[in-house]
Ligand binder design. Structure first.
Ligand code: PRX
Length: 630
């Protein structure tokens, strides 16, 4: 494989080529894919619009690069291995041929319901192979999928259905998660009282009772029953939308990040193969959920485009006990294992007894994603899971980048604990000071930007291009601003320091402070609130909410619990504040702006250096907040 990096000098050489001649570099990589019609021009771009197009006028279907490409060579190779929530239930393996047949049948079913090219389809499903089948079937027929994490509330789901004007929702009756059985279809029903779609298709997983609405709701097994196992792929343009994925930002409303077909395909496969050094026959496992970008790029698209065997796990790391991950590694002889620091820290707390029960000798590469990995967790992962022989790839990237941007190449780039190390070929990083001046040389710290386009980058925010421009391309002229702080050390290695905007990273999940505040403010007794992140031993960051309430006829404990429930109902349990402090006021400037810097310091219990509080409208409020901490 010509686009595989095998040595450190090979990486450096490829990196230099990718910067000196980016178009030639990516054209070479893209040439190894199947295009119905090759592109005319590799790249056209400006970051002012922004207007970025890759592989212009190229015609293709991404699923032909999975199925037609592999059926006759590796059709019998496992494509997806599914491990259910309950270890006593039989798992499933779908070979490339079987996956193709499932995707075709479901593609035909979608078409028979009038869904076709350009239609938006919401996928709100648990981690079952059908979730991947649903994504690929959309891609096969040119429909645009938008996967919504099945832990989101009906309100959050309704917002997304409305925002992308979805024509259909694909869901399940229920969901098994640890010892719980969770209603899923009922949440969809609730969401559809605030939004509408023509069709709902329900995969039967838990066999719990659900309400089916005549003429709108259909069972998955019924709609595929008579469909053909072959469905010709729709011809797509390189820049046709492949999917929309909603993510949180600084403002209250999540935005729909748009990814397009050609560039995303090229980058997800290229980055997957290189970062993880996947070899044919390896078994790869990413523990993410398909509701997040990691699931899109590194459970479904990247691995399948590379002809890999990818594991999908329905359950949680601690069910039936905290050895579950390691039991799965042993069971399937996993070679590459990719998880989040929050899972590592959570399992670290249980000690090593449950690890030592299992044979982890198949492991070759360990990955980390979603948040900074602290040195202690890095060493624990390296020692106890990797047995000091597996390189750790600490992969920095974002929903908007579509694929891994900064990461070691496994076994090739020398690693350093807590460092994402070096950019992948094609990724031109830039560190800027608050005024936007580039900080050159090593041993510098600032805000992380990217100054040249890469194939899988965000094209727009759905339905609001100006928002894309304002959020990512306006802070620093001519650059994509990531929202992260970063340090480049004396070796030129990158260490991500975390968000510098109003985004909190809770267990690797992005949460906008304004989004949580809006949910809190829905409670009738709440007058005003301010939310900040604070360091949390397991989650990385926890959510700390300062709330001004009308306490008439209410107790504090009561209100705090009600507010938590409110947030859970409006966004989902992942957004529930860890701490709520009822306060008499908030520190505001004379112009009415909340000084979050002060609130962050109080939440961090870092009271020594509060900075200048004299410009506050009511400086006494800070003392009252400090005194009121529990
Ligand atoms: O702050 C960075 C953090 O997660 C943010 C992106 O979140 P999301 O779009 O949900 O995507 C997560 C999975 C790719 C980033 O802005 N982040 C992600 N990976 C790392 C990280 N922070 C430090 N180190 C990482 N490896």
């Amino acid at each position: 494989m010509s686009d595989r990096i095998h040595t450190l000098s090979g990486y450096l050489h490829e990196y230099q080529k990718s910067v000196a001649q980016p178009e030639e570099f990516w054209a070479r990589i893209a040439d190894s894919f199947h295009w119905r019609k090759r592109w005319d021009k590799t790249l056209k771009w400006n970051f002012e619009g922004p207007d970025v197009k890759w592989f212009l006028n190229g015609k293709l279907n991404i699923t032909e690069n999975i199925f037609e490409r592999y059926l006759f060579t590796i059709g019998d190779r496992p494509a997806i291995i599914w491990e259910p929530n309950d270890p006593n239930e039989a798992g499933r393996t779908l070979t490339y041929r079987e996956l193709f047949e499932e995707v075709s049948r479901f593609s035909n079913a979608l078409k028979s319901k009038g869904i076709g090219k350009g239609d938006k389809v919401i996928i709100y499903m648990p981690m079952v192979p059908e979730a991947a089948v649903a994504m690929l079937a959309c891609a096969r027929i040119g429909a645009i999928h938008s996967v919504v994490f099945a832990g989101f509330s009906s309100n959050a789901l309704a917002d997304r259905i409305n925002d992308c004007e979805a024509k259909a929702v694909l869901t399940s009756d229920g969901n098994f998660r640890g010892s719980k059985k969770i209603a899923v279809k009922a949440v969809v029903d609730e969401a559809l009282t605030k939004s509408s779609v023509e069709t709902v298709i329900v995969y039967q997983r838990t066999h719990q009772d659900v309400t089916m609405q005549d003429g709108r709701d259909y069972w998955w097994h019924d709609v595929v029953a008579d469909e053909s196992k072959d469905c010709p792929a729709e011809e797509m343009d390189s820049e046709d939308m492949l999917f929309i994925l909603y993510t949180s930002g600084s403002t209250g409303k999540p935005k729909g990040v748009v990814h397009t077909t050609g560039g995303y395909m090229v980058y997800s496969k290229y980055s997957f193969e290189n970062v993880f050094q996947y070899s044919p026959g390896d078994v790869y496992w990413c523990t993410a959920d398909v509701g997040w970008i990691t699931g899109h790029s590194y459970i479904v698209y990247g691995p399948l485009l590379a002809g890999a065997t990818t594991i999908m796990f329905e359950g949680v790391p601690t069910f039936p006990d905290c050895g579950r991950f390691w039991a799965i590694v042993e069971k399937y002889k996993v070679n590459q294992f990719y998880t989040a620091p929050t899972a590592i820290r959570a399992l670290q707390a249980y000690g090593t007894v449950e690890i030592e029960k299992y044979d982890l000798s198949s492991l070759k590469v360990l990955g980390s994603v979603g948040e900074p990995i602290n040195e202690e967790a890095w060493h624990w992962y390296h020692t106890h899971i990797g047995k000091n022989k597996c390189p750790i790839v600490d992969t920095w990237w974002q929903t908007e980048t579509g694929g891994i941007m900064v990461s070691p190449i496994a076994g090739i780039t020398p690693t350093k604990p807590a460092y994402a190390t070096l950019p992948l070929p094609g990724v031109q990083l830039c560190i800027v000071d608050p005024e936007g001046n580039e900080l050159t040389g090593n041993s510098v710290e600032g805000n992380l930007c990217i100054k040249f386009p890469w194939p899988s980058m965000i094209r727009t925010t759905y339905g609001d291009h100006d928002r894309c421009k304002q959020t990512y391309f306006s802070t620093y002229k001519g650059m994509y601003f990531t929202g992260d702080g970063v340090k480049r050390d004396h070796d030129g290695y990158y260490r991500i320091l975390g968000r510098v905007d109003d985004v909190i990273n809770v267990s690797g999940h992005r949460m906008g402070t304004a989004e949580v505040e809006n949910a809190i403010n829905e409670h009738p007794k709440v007058i005003e609130s301010a939310v900040v992140g604070y360091p949390h031993d397991v989650k990385g960051q926890g959510i700390y909410a300062y709330v001004i309430c009308d306490l008439t006829n209410r107790t504090e404990d009561n209100l705090v619990n009600e507010i938590k429930e409110m947030v859970s109902k409006i966004i989902g349990p992942i957004a529930k504040p860890d701490k709520i402090q009822l306060v008499p006021g908030l520190p505001k400037t004379r112009s009415g702006k909340i000084m979050r810097r002060i609130l962050r310091k109080v939440a961090e219990n870092n009271l020594d250096n509060m900075g200048d509080t004299s410009t506050l409208l009511d400086p006494d409020v800070v003392e009252k907040i400090i005194d009121g901490r529990k």
